[in-house]
Design a protein around this ligand. Structure first.
Ligand SMILES: [Zn+2]
Length: 428
């Protein structure tokens, strides 16, 4: 083992992105967790291997057995294999399904949820800090119940529906959450700020998270207040007029929502600027299949990066497959940090090339190497090992080529694995 390999493998690591269940939700399902819970994102590669447009219900044992064989070489599946082998000493293979399920349940037996999280996240994966966001609207209850998570977790404020409104769903969510009535655009903006206040009061709010690439493209316009107001009134009134009606006029709704969504995006960015809160934005490839990829590239955010120069943008997922231009963004905009969370597993080879390139162009204080992006604590093992494997290979190559000394490689590892995250999120 090279010195740098050993150094990276034993290094603590900052997890920039996860969706872990709170203890309560975890406990509600822990006894049902079997070998399939290790799959994480790999289920979509099985779907693609099977050329299925969609799954009707969860993958069956027979489907996994049939399609794992052809998908097992992808990054998603490599993470599953790495995690399974490291945690249970078993190859992830259909013939080991029962043994893996038994080993997983044995590792949970007699442990509280807190002990399970500590064991998998801290002890095994060495994820010393985690920035967690919920997939439920606004992470409701999540940041507000920090005792439902390990003390090493910090949270994001996330309400993606706000930026792609076609109905008053997000408005109703905010009304419930803040106890305020929202009848005007001004009240909507005030309610968003009040919701952020509630998160901030916990002392555990790390960032604003924007995952709107799943609902819309990342091109954000500059609607006037009047345009946004008109959109708000139309959406609000239609919600009332539609009571009991089942009609929907897709394109027009999207156009209406656009002015309001863009306006709210600027409101939230202004709040981030005022409070010096980092902003995490999903860019690049989308989880699942059939995602609208073209609108997700980080390049679309350039007007925003230009406009909010004091906001610290933590841009996600290496913007794969647009990694080279992502590197150029990191070089050109001092307010951008390049984040490789989830990238290693989407495409390990492209991620290695990206990191290798960026280190030639971007100061290494601006790169984050890892975020698992999983729901369950044991899944972090495979994603951590995969990221460390990629980082190791890149640094070994730099040393072998005489570009970095061993000492420089270690310093880069310290920064991209841990230190840069501690500094950006004020945890040092
Ligand atoms: Zn995610």
């Amino acid at each position: 083992m090279s010195d740098i390999r050993e150094y990276v493998q034993s290094h603590d690591i900052f997890c920039h992105h996860d969706h872990h269940y709170c203890y309560r939700d975890f406990d509600a399902q822990r006894t049902k967790c079997d070998y399939r819970s290790l799959l994480g994102y790999a289920d979509t590669d099985l779907l693609v291997a099977a050329s299925l447009p969609a799954l009707q219900g969860p993958l069956t044992d027979a489907q996994i057995a049939q399609w794992w064989r052809y998908a097992r070489t992808t990054g998603y599946c490599q993470a599953v294999s790495l995690g399974c082998q490291a945690l249970f000493g078993l190859a992830f293979a259909p013939e080991n399904a029962e043994a893996i399920s038994a080993a997983l349940q044995a590792s949970l037996a007699g442990k509280t949820a807190a002990e399970v999280y500590h064991y998998f996240v801290h002890e095994r994966a060495r994820n010393v800090w985690t920035i967690c966001d919920s997939l439920q609207a606004m992470g409701l209850g999540q940041a507000l119940e920090p005792e439902q998570y390990p003390g090493s977790y910090r949270f994001t404020f996330r309400l993606d529906e706000l930026y792609s409104m076609v109905d008053d769903g997000p408005i109703a969510t905010l009304e419930r959450f803040t106890g305020r009535s929202i009848q005007t655009l001004e009240q909507l903006a005030a309610a968003v700020n009040a919701a952020i206040d509630l998160f901030a009061e916990t002392g555990k709010l790390a960032a604003i998270k924007i995952g709107m690439a799943y609902q819309r493209d990342l091109r954000v316009g500059q609607p006037t207040r009047a345009e946004a107001e008109r959109a708000f009134v139309r959406i609000r009134n239609r919600a009332v007029a539609w009571d009991g009606l089942q009609q929907h006029s897709g394109a027009a709704d999207a156009a209406t929502g656009r002015a309001l969504g863009d306006y709210m995006f600027h409101c939230v960015l202004q709040r981030a600027a005022d409070d010096d809160l980092p902003v995490q934005i999903h860019t690049g490839y989308l989880a699942g299949t059939w995602g609208a990829l073209e609108g997700s590239k980080a390049l679309h955010l350039i007007p925003i990066l230009n406009r909010y120069r004091t906001v610290r943008f933590d841009l996600f997922h290496a913007s794969w497959p647009w990694c080279s231009e992502f590197g150029a963004i990191g070089k050109n905009y001092p307010n951008v940090w390049l984040n490789m969370c989830w990238a290693w597993t989407m495409n390990p080879a492209a991620s290695e090339r990206a990191l290798y390139e960026w280190l030639d162009a971007v100061p290494f204080i601006k790169i984050f190497a890892y975020g698992a992006d999983t729901l369950l604590p044991w899944c972090n093992m495979g994603y951590t090992l995969q990221a460390k494997q990629g980082v190791t290979r890149v640094l070994e190559r730099k040393v072998a080529e005489g570009v970095f000394s061993e000492r420089t490689a270690q310093e880069v590892a310290d920064c991209i694995l841990l230190r840069n995250g501690l500094v950006l999120y004020g945890l040092d």
